[in-house]
Design a protein around this ligand. Structure first.
Ligand code: BGC
Length: 767
């Protein structure tokens, strides 16, 4: 039997006939999915059905041999966190050879921004505004993950976040519904390829459904209370986009929504997801979320929690035994119907079917003889792809006196706690990426400079001098402590850095957050650079040397002071495996930066939320007028430090006024808005032309503007291009007070610009 399975193609036949053997009647064709699953379910006991709803984390309390026995007993449907063929093969063997019905297992993993090759964090990917680049990252990740026996990923994470205190801001694509929706689609396209059943595809499970990014105060796991209009308009579209793109799964959020935890929320899971959106895939709870219904205070015990979750429509319960232990009794007592169990089981089996596992349970495990000798072999990485995308993901925030690009000459002082930090290049959720394989900025510089210039390195500071914070960061769920402290005094480290700076022509200062600071459960009360790094920056400023600040962080930071201290600032987020090389490509001008912010940078913490597409106000702050009795904070300049959509280039662009093909748009008609973009500088470069729409008067308060389209345009020096956008009724639609999605007749402004603030505008009317 085993041999048949590992013989590749024959495996599917073997699996099918194995299933058929247990039935006295002829089994339906494997190609007839509904009939096949119905037949299989007709032969399952209640316990076997409930077993399929259990998703277990590898590396938890259960030894692997025991896990194999549990699988053989039909008490596990899938696992996550094991990512070698060698690890997953015996688990699949247990299901296929030893379980009564031989239902294949599925293997999942959090492949969020790369599998073995790590790409920039999603916030960085969004900064590229390049959807093909995003698809390239998820396609590459799917290829690598599927070669490691992974069938599905808990990604993309598409939670809109407008509060950078939230550590998981790093995992998402920013603050804007349109951009995040585009990114969601692009990501699913790459993960699933032409079909999740392909051997080189992984099924995606979009997360965290829903509204997780809106947790109160940016405090992880906090509650969400939100008007339906805002939900529909701003927060829900990205999940829907991923589902419409075919995402086979959904992971349910840990938070409650207007008083009902997502994991028990029948409105969310049934009415919206399944009925309104027509979602046909599988819904997973987040880690331990069903039991947490007790702590939310909506379930009195585990039995109650399991009842609420299964009734809401959570198909698989992650990392707990609550379904396994409670559902049999609940069915027996009639509190949960057989139909409710069947609905969940059908989704789980259906997802396995869609991943091609009934056709070949070993399609991503392969034959033992072909197992890689070294799973971390260099040859398994996609470095070129990683570098290409990383270059695109950086945002040039400042460049006074054309400090950048740097010359590969003279003496460069590379300073900062993140200049040589392998682990932090990777960002959080770096899957099976190996930190030692990442290129640090120091390594990248050594390579880029060779013997053309002298490089002096000094650490200058620890990421933070606060030992309690270090303890917290190291306590988190990493394999080993990853924030390592230099034991020298801060003064000694700064003195060394200042000495290095004094010998140099320019200082490159790599500062920001350790990756754990922008992670799950890493909410912050301050968005400043930690004091240790601020002191370093100040001391370097005093040397009078030009400073190029290279930021590594997973959320917008408040860098008003650093903006004054640095001559150039490059936001690199966390750039991944090829980070050091990619950053050098930008610093030395081998690549002209083209990234744009997918999230606004506030001036100070007190300004949050700072998102650009906020609702219109009766007393908006008006530039140039005394700000009395208008909406502002009186102690500070109004508006973000760097707006959404902002980012500089080494070349200059000029944009003409907006031309409209017509000033009247008929329903079902189209008009065209165009601008002429010219590269007026001396280098080839790309920029992002952004289209915003403002609804001048509607039945409800509308945002000041909304991104509706964008184009990334490459221009040679002196070259000009006409950039055209089509505006139709769809671009004007919104959810009104009755949650009806429609465009209302009236006046609109179309705004086009290279960021969300510096725009040119024309008006038109929808008739
Ligand atoms: C996170 C999810 C993740 C899951 C499994 C949870 O803590 O919230 O995003 O997919 O763990 O690793």
């Amino acid at each position: 039997m085993k041999n048949l399975y590992v013989l590749g193609l024959v495996a599917s036949l073997a699996c099918h006939s194995a299933l058929a053997q247990t039935s006295s009647t002829t089994a339906p064709s494997l190609n007839d999915k509904p009939a096949f699953i119905a037949d299989l379910m007709s032969r399952m006991t209640l316990d076997e059905k409930i077993g399929q709803l259990r998703l277990i984390s590898i590396g938890g309390d259960m030894p692997l041999t025991r896990l194999a026995d549990e699988i053989a007993a039909g008490r596990v449907g899938g696992t996550f966190n094991s990512v070698t063929r060698k690890d997953n093969r015996p688990l699949q063997d247990a299901a296929i050879q030893r379980s009564r019905l031989r239902i294949p297992m599925s293997f999942a993993y959090d492949v969020v921004h790369g599998h073995r090759t790590i790409f920039p964090i999603p916030l960085g990917l969004a900064s590229s505004w390049d959807m093909d680049a995003i698809t390239l990252t998820t396609r590459t990740a799917a290829i690598e993950a599927s070669l490691d026996a992974v069938d599905m990923t808990f990604a993309p994470m598409v939670d809109i976040s407008r509060d950078p205190r939230w550590g998981r801001t790093s995992e998402g694509f920013g603050e804007d519904p349109y951009l995040v929706s585009e990114a969601a689609r692009a990501a699913v396209r790459g993960f699933q390829g032409t079909s999740p059943k392909n051997a080189d595809s992984v099924m995606s499970a979009v997360k965290h459904f829903a509204l997780y990014g809106a947790v109160e105060g940016g405090r992880d796991y906090a509650t969400v209370d939100m008007s339906p209009m805002r939900m529909y308009q701003d927060y829900l579209p990205p999940y829907k986009a991923a589902i419409d793109a075919g995402s086979g799964g959904v992971m349910v959020a840990l938070n409650s929504i207007n008083g009902v935890p997502a994991s028990a929320n029948t409105w969310l899971m049934q009415d919206l997801l399944r009925k309104d959106w027509g979602f046909k895939g599988v819904a997973f709870s987040d880690h331990g979320a069903i039991v947490e219904l007790i702590r939310h205070g909506v379930a009195k015990d585990e039995r109650d929690a399991a009842r609420l979750a299964i009734k809401a429509g959570i198909d698989m319960s992650m990392a707990d035994t609550v379904y396994l232990e409670q559902l049999p009794g609940l069915v027996k007592s009639g509190d949960v119907s057989q139909k409710e169990i069947d609905n969940a089981v059908r989704e789980v089996l259906s997802a396995k079917y869609d991943m091609g596992l009934f056709h070949d349970p070993y399609r991503r495990i392969g034959a033992a003889a072909q197992d890689p000798a070294d799973v971390n072999a260099e040859s398994r990485l996609h470095r070129a792809e990683s570098r290409e995308v990383a270059r695109k993901s950086m945002v040039l925030l400042e460049n006074r006196n054309n400090t950048l690009p740097l010359k590969k000459a003279g003496t460069i002082a590379l300073i900062g706690p993140l200049a040589d930090a392998h682990i932090d290049m990777m960002g959080s959720w770096s899957a099976a990426g190996v930190a030692a394989q990442s290129i640090t900025l120091r390594q990248g510089m050594q390579k880029a400079l060779g013997d053309k210039a002298r490089l002096i390195y000094a650490r200058g500071a620890n990421v933070t001098g606060d030992e309690k914070i270090v303890e917290y960061l190291n306590f988190m769920n990493w394999d080993k402590p990853e924030v390592t402290q230099d034991k020298r005094t801060p003064a000694a480290m700064i003195a060394e850095a200042v000495k290095a700076a004094k010998q140099a022509d320019v200082v490159v200062l790599a500062v920001g957050e350790s990756r754990g600071m922008s992670h799950e459960a890493s909410s912050r009360v301050s968005l400043d650079l930690p004091d240790s790094q601020r002191a370093l920056s100040r001391a370097l400023k005093a040397t009078g040397k030009p400073i190029v600040m290279v930021l590594m962080n997973g959320r917008p930071l408040t860098i008003s002071r650093e903006r004054e201290e640095a001559d150039a600032i490059l936001e690199t987020w966390y750039t991944g495996t090829e980070g050091g090389n990619a950053i050098c490509d930008v610093l030395f001008g081998d690549y002209n930066p083209s990234g744009k912010l997918p999230i606004s940078f506030p001036r100070s913490l007190g300004q949050i939320p700072t998102y650009y597409n906020h609702p219109r106000l009766g007393r908006p702050f008006t530039e140039g007028k005394p700000g009395n009795y208008t909406s502002q904070y009186f102690e500070e300049v109004t508006g973000p430090l760097y707006p959404f959509g902002y980012g500089l280039s080494y070349t200059d662009f000029s944009m003409s006024d907006v031309t409209l093909s017509d000033t009247t748009l008929k329903r079902n008609g189209k008009i065209e808005a165009s601008v002429t973009l010219t590269n007026t500088g001396r280098r080839a470069g790309e920029t992002v032309v952004q289209l915003y729409i403002q609804d001048i008067a509607a039945s409800v308060v509308r945002p000041v503007k909304e991104l509706k389209d964008f184009r990334k345009v490459m221009l040679q020096p002196g070259e000009e291009k006409v950039v055209r956008f089509t505006i139709d009724e769809d671009k004007l639609k919104f959810f009104n007070a009755q949650l009806k999605y429609a465009a209302e007749a009236g006046q609109f402004n179309v705004q086009i610009g290279l960021d969300s603030v510096a725009v040119k505008q024309q008006g038109f009317e929808l008739k």
